[in-house]
Design a protein around this ligand. Structure first.
Ligand SMILES: Nc1nc2c(c(=O)[nH]1)N(C=O)[C@@H](CNc1ccc(C(=O)N[C@@H](CCC(=O)O)C(=O)O)cc1)CN2
Ligand SMILES: Nc1ncnc2c1ncn2[C@@H]1O[C@H](COP(=O)(O)OP(=O)(O)OP(=O)(O)O)[C@@H](O)[C@H]1O
Length: 204
């Protein structure tokens, strides 16, 4: 496990991102399959009608094996899209085989939103039942470290006040665990963290 003593958030981010990028493609595939096995067993995931996931980038653990499973169950899948007016929040747009895609400024593929047709496919974040959120790092207590843009934190800040709220599940490789992370006032609490090795219920 990574010892955070004496490291800034920025240094920690760098080390953790380097770690996940260094995994071989066979490690990545094994981790992804193990992760998805855990996720398929979670009642919140089984119950969900609308789920957000992400297309892996920068060595992130890959949730895509769930796409077929969700499709067979009739569960709708949504991807995060950077809002064009750059308020640093995310939109969620329905995703399937036929969704036209484009790349955003971070070079991550996302549903093309400039087409008017896509308005109908957009869902406000409170319309989601489950959000699978990519993590850069996490600790046992459920504290998380993301890419540093605050996108997920801003988008889901409403969950502190508004119910029902989507079930927030952080995903990471087991090796992205840190002994402890400082809790920032704006961090949105996760309900669970799932890795290739374990399911951590944060008690939220
Ligand atoms: N797969 C995936 N999709 C996602 C996210 C994510 O973390 N993973 N996001 C979660 O927020 C949003 C994008 N947020 C991101 C924030 C920073 C960087 C990033 O690479 N930053 C670079 C500097 C990039 C630049 O400014 O040119 C870096 O830190 O090295 C990428 C994505 C929406 N989509
Ligand atoms: N609800 C919010 N309102 C305004 N600013 C916020 C909010 N949440 C986070 N921020 C800002 O976003 C920036 C990035 O936050 P942080 O370092 O916690 O990112 P992170 O843990 O990588 O999260 P994320 O995965 O959401 O990008 C911080 O400077 C913080 O001030």
């Amino acid at each position: 496990m990574i010892d955070s003593t004496g490291l800034t958030r920025r240094q920690l981010r760098q080390i953790l991102r380097q770690h996940r990028r260094s995994l071989s493609s066979s490690d990545q595939r094994d981790a992804s399959l193990a992760l998805c096995r855990h996720l398929r067993n979670l009642p919140a995931v089984q119950r969900a009608r609308r789920v957000a996931l992400y297309l892996p980038n920068d060595g992130e653990i890959d949730p895509r094996p769930l796409l077929n499973w969700f499709s067979r169950r009739g569960t709708r899948v949504y991807l995060p899209v950077l809002r064009p007016l750059s308020d640093n929040r995310l939109w969620f747009v329905r995703y399937d085989d036929a969704t036209p895609m484009s790349v955003n400024r971070f070079n991550i593929s996302e549903p093309h939103t400039r087409l008017n047709a896509h308005r109908a496919r957009r869902l406000p974040p409170w319309g989601l039942d489950v959000v699978l959120m990519p993590l850069v790092g996490f600790d046992r207590k459920g504290n998380r470290l993301g890419m540093g843009g605050g996108f997920y934190d801003r988008t889901f800040a409403f969950t502190r006040r508004q119910r029902p709220a989507p079930h927030l599940i952080g995903l990471a490789h087991a090796g992205q665990e840190v002994d402890q992370l400082p809790n920032q006032p704006w961090d949105v609490p996760l309900n669970a963290i799932v890795t290739d090795r374990s399911v951590l219920d944060t008690g939220q």
